[in-house]
Each structure stands twice: as C-alpha cells, then as structure tokens.
Design a protein around this ligand. Structure first.
Ligand SMILES: [Zn+2]
Ligand SMILES: [Zn+2]
Length: 253
C-alpha cells in the first residue's frame, strides 16, 4: 500500500491511497483541473480512481467532489449527516451513505470510518487496511477521544493533523471568533495536542508519519520538528504535507 497527500491545508485537502489496482481518494478540496494536475504529478489519471471517501462537508474537503464524481462516474462514500449538509447539485446516484460505525470494503481495501469531534454534521476520519498494513488518516480533529486512540493504534502509516502552534495562534492575525473556533473542542489539533496523541498511540508498527493540515498563518514546521524530537518515534520517517504540493508517495512495506 502507498499513500500521498495531494495538498493539505485550509485551502484544500485531498489524499490518495493505492493498494493493488484500488485507488481511493479521501476528500477533494481542489477544483478538477488542479486535482488532475496533482494526480498526474504522481502518475495517476482520474479514470483510475475507484472511489472518493469524504470526511466532512467543509469546502476545503469538498470543493471538487461533485464535478469529479459526475465527470468520471466515480462512487462517493459519505456519512448521512454530510450528505444532508450538502445540497448535492449533481445526480446523486453515485453517492453512497455509510454507517459511521461500520467497516466497509472498497476494492482491495477494508475501510474503518471513525466518528470524530469537529464542527461539521457527521464528520468521520478513516483507517484503511489491505490485510497487511494499516493506514490512518486523521485531520480536522477538535480533540482526541478514547475511540480515536484505540482505532489509530498499531498503524503502519499515519497522516496526522498538526494545525497550529498555540502561541502563534494566540498572537496571530485571526479574529477572536476564529481563534476560538480553531482551538475549541470541535476545531483542530494543535502541535502539542498532536504530540500528546502520538504519545498515547501504540506506534510500534509506525513506518511513516505524514503531518498535514498545517496552518500557513499559525504554524511553522520547525516548531513541529522540535516538538516531535521529544517523542520516541524510533525509526519512523517524518514528512510534512504542504498546501501547494502535498507530499511524495509514502510506501508502506
Ligand atoms: Zn479541513
Ligand atoms: Zn473541517
């Protein structure tokens, strides 16, 4: 299995996961032209996409979903709350409502949806396995729950949100209400909270850690690196996904 961020941050998020001939896109917060370019940079064409899985309805995760699905006839999996939160403007026959508490299968991948606290209608994040390795995708998380700790333990790959540095957010340009939203129980994980979560997870299998949804106004990858150096991450390869480029393919063996 391998995965890559196609771009991550408040201006758009999308992650690609490949296992055998199965290609899954998690979210599509980019317009179709931008998405196609980002796919091509990783030698993928939209026709190869098996399914699009949605975490929640915020536009940085949704922007290109309807057009991409309609143009290439790609099934979309999403929670009932997310479906309701969006007035789907295209023929909705490609949209499949999942049970947020029940695993489902997409091609060669078993998918575990994980309900998470975030200010959306019925947000979920996902853990994937091809039977050999496990990959967790975890962004847009207000705070971590016991369920999150249990499901995201023993992953071989992890895309984790490290959204903001607490001091930079407090001192930064955001208006009060936005600072409160981001740092609240249903907002985003700070670097410190991401580190706390990492310390609680069983990371004994973790090969690759990809940090994402990093704020360009309220964070700095040097600060994240410094914090991570205090955690015992063994031989785990650490990469940052950015807004413009995302990341290279992350291979899980
Ligand atoms: Zn987001
Ligand atoms: Zn969000």
């Amino acid at each position: 299995m391998r995965f890559a961020s196609l771009g991550s941050g408040s201006k758009g998020n999308s992650t690609i996961i490949e296992a055998g001939s199965t290609v899954v896109l998690v979210d599509c917060g980019f317009g179709i032209r931008s998405l196609t370019t980002r796919l091509l940079a990783r030698n993928v064409v939209p026709e190869q996409i098996t399914a699009i899985l949605i975490t929640h309805e915020h536009s940085d995760h949704w922007k290109g979903v309807e057009v991409l699905s309609a143009k290439f006839n790609i099934p979309v999996y999403l929670s009932a709350g997310c479906f309701k939160a969006r007035n789907i403007s295209v023929d909705s026959k490609n949209f499949h409502i999942i049970d947020s508490h029940t695993d489902f299968v997409v091609g060669d991948l078993n998918v575990t949806p994980v309900p998470v606290p975030h200010d959306a209608r019925e947000p979920v994040q996902y853990v994937f396995t091809d039977g050999m390795v496990r990959l967790g995708i975890l962004t847009d998380l207000g705070h971590y729950t016991p369920h999150v700790i249990s499901v995201y333990s023993q992953c071989h790959g992890l895309l984790l949100e490290a959204n903001y540095d607490e001091e930079m957010l407090a001192m930064g340009p955001y208006p009060r209400f936005l600072k409160d939203r981001v740092s609240g129980l249903f907002g985003h994980l700070s670097n410190r909270q991401a580190l706390d979560l990492l310390k609680k997870l069983d990371l004994s299998y973790l090969q690759r850690l990809l940090l994402g949804h990093i704020s360009d106004k309220n964070n700095d990858t040097n600060i994240i690196s410094e914090l991570l150096s205090t955690a015992d991450l063994g031989g785990t390869a650490i990469t940052f996904a950015d807004q413009d480029v995302g990341s290279d393919w992350q291979e899980l063996g």
